[in-house]
Each structure stands twice: as C-alpha cells, then as structure tokens.
Design a protein around this ligand. Structure first.
Ligand SMILES: Nc1nc(=O)c2c([nH]1)NC[C@@H]1CN(c3ccc(C(=O)N[C@@H](CCC(=O)O)C(=O)O)cc3)C=[N+]21
Length: 296
C-alpha cells in the first residue's frame, strides 16, 4: 500500500480562491484590500526566496503589498522605528519581519515591537498567550501550525482522541502545534506528546502516533520503522540538501525519509509541496482577517 498524498499545493489553491473572493468584497465595500508589509533585513538567499513567494501570492490576491528591504547593518533602533512607522500606518494590516534577523539585533525586542493587532505571524507574546487560552481568544494563529492543522483536517484525519506526537519544540512550530492539537474544539481534542533530540527512545514515541508531526530540521530523521502503519505523517522540515545542476534551484528534503515512509503511512505530506505552501496561505488568511477587523 502506498500512502495517500496530502497536497499542500492543492489545498492552498482552495484557500487562496476563498480569500480572493473576500478581498473582492472588501474592495467593493471599503475601497481597499488588505495591506501587508514584509521587512527583509540583509540578503539571506532562503529568506529572499520565501519573501518572493509571499509577495507573489499577496499580489495575486489583490493585496496592497509593501516590500521593505533593509541593509544587513541597519541598527536596532532604526529597525524598531521602521516597525513603529508601519504600526501607525492605517493602510497596513499585517507586518512581517522575515526571520532570522542579523545577530546584532535583539529578535525578542523586534517581535515585541510589532502591534499585536498587526502581528499576522502570530509571534508576539500577546498572540502566543491568546493561542494558549484557545477558542475565540485566538486572533492570529501562527502560520505554519495553522497550515498543519488545516492539512490534517482537510485530509479527513480524525483528531479527536488521536495520539499526536510532535517532534521538535520550537516557538514557531513544535510548541504551538502541540498546544493547538490538545485544545478543546474541532480539528483538535488530541492526546499530545512533545519529543525532541534529548528524548529517550524517540522511535518508540513516534511509533505510537496516529498523527506524527515532524519539525526537527534534520533531514531523514524519521525512519520508516518509526511510523505506525496507517498513520498521518506531516513533514515540516525544509532542508536545503544541495543544488540542482540544471535549474540552479535548491534541492529540498524533509525530516522524514519520504520514499520509504510512504509505504507505511496512511497519509503523508511531501516536501516540497506540503506544509510550505500552507504557511503562506495562512499568512494571507491572517492578513485578510486583520483587515476586516480594522475596517469593521
Ligand atoms: N517572520 C517569519 N515568518 C515566517 O513565516 C517565516 C520566517 N519568518 N522565516 C522562515 C520561515 C520559513 N517559511 C516558509 C515559507 C514558505 C515555504 C514554502 O512555500 N516552501 C515550498 C518550497 C519553496 C522553495 O522552493 O524554497 C514548499 O515546501 O513546497 C517554506 C518555508 C516561512 N517562514
């Protein structure tokens, strides 16, 4: 048996079509679409490629899109002042500072400076707190975890009472997705275990999972024999393992040995084409929500 492929590329299309319709309505009613600014500091090639994808998607949806590129040696004070400018700009609904930022700038200070009501990444402590409370308190769920939950639900995977094992405990993926799956409510109600590189017997924990979410950043970490037959496997890894000689593009690999895992899993996400495209779709969704909240 070969696992059913969960296509982020396909599901993303459905979500973007829904959002495009909302943007049309918003423009008709209020004379403007959602405004999103992406602040990019320096010239990290991976960051440039993500930001390019974000801009392209925002433009397709009819957003008012501002790309603000800053030199790698911008001072912390100047970056904070820039964020403040966008906090006070009524045409901007979402502010995203592409991470990572250079070491001489305190990332925490930067994330804390963004108005929580424009924090469409969901990284501000206020939004992290809202996520912990759950339910209607949640305003901007972080984009990658929101995309993961959407993939799980839209693939028809039962979450209520399911054993979910999350590999990785980062602030942007592991911790929030674990909390979201454990919450009360649709697409959640799961029994959640968080494991990481210091966990004893990682394999045994993974093997119990009905839903295995892997966000460790280690290529091919999860072996086929770690997967429970029929499980839903969500691979969040985006590892650049080389460069394609003919196209010059990066070769991406997930944290799961995909070719072998798909023989055992029930449903599985590919890399690329799985979680990545969903992250951007959820960013757009949060920005549309922010615009509605600001306009009405
Ligand atoms: N403030 C901030 N917010 C972020 O949301 C954020 C960030 N910083 N820093 C970096 C990570 C990473 N990230 C991805 C977005 C899209 C794909 C994506 O679309 N990936 C495609 C492949 C794209 C490619 O070829 O590189 C795929 O998996 O199919 C992946 C990863 C957002 N991030």
């Amino acid at each position: 048996m070969t696992a059913e492929l969960i296509s982020g590329t396909q599901i993303r299309k459905e979500i973007l079509a829904e959002l495009a319709e909302e943007v049309r309505k918003m423009k008709a009613k209020h004379g403007r679409g959602p405004g999103l600014v992406t602040i990019l500091v320096g010239e990290n090639p991976a960051s440039i490629s993500y930001v390019t994808l974000k801009i392209k998607t925002a433009e397709e949806l009819g957003f008012h899109e501002v790309q603000d590129s800053q030199p790698v040696d911008i001072s912390e004070a100047d970056l904070l002042a820039l964020i403040d400018k966008y906090n006070n700009d009524p045409t901007i609904d979402g502010i995203l500072v592409q991470l990572p930022i250079p070491k001489h700038i305190d990332e925490k200070k930067v994330l804390n400076a963004i108005d929580p009501d424009k924090d469409v990444d969901g990284f501000h402590p206020v939004n992290v707190g809202r996520l912990m409370i759950g339910g209607s308190e949640v305003k901007y769920p972080p984009c990658t975890p929101a995309g993961i939950q959407e993939l799980i639900v839209r693939s028809g995977t039962e979450t209520s009472g399911a054993e979910v094992v999350v590999v990785g405990r980062s602030n942007i993926v592991g911790k929030p997705i674990a909390m979201m799956m454990a919450q009360k409510g649709p697409g959640a109600n799961s029994t959640v275990t968080i494991v990481h590189t210091r966990t004893k017997d990682l394999a045994a924990h993974c093997k119990r999972a009905d839903i295995l979410i892997v966000a460790a950043g280690v290529p091919d970490l999860v072996k086929p024999e770690w997967i429970k037959p029929g499980a839903t496997v969500i691979d969040v890894g985006v590892n650049r393992v080389g460069v394609n000689e003919t196209t010059g593009k990066a070769i991406l690999k997930g944290d799961v040995d995909f070719e072998e895992a798909k023989k055992i899993a029930g449903k599985i996400t590919p890399v690329p084409g799985g979680v990545g495209p969903m992250t951007i779709a959820m960013l757009m969704k949060n920005t549309v929500k922010s615009a509605w909240l600001r306009l009405e």
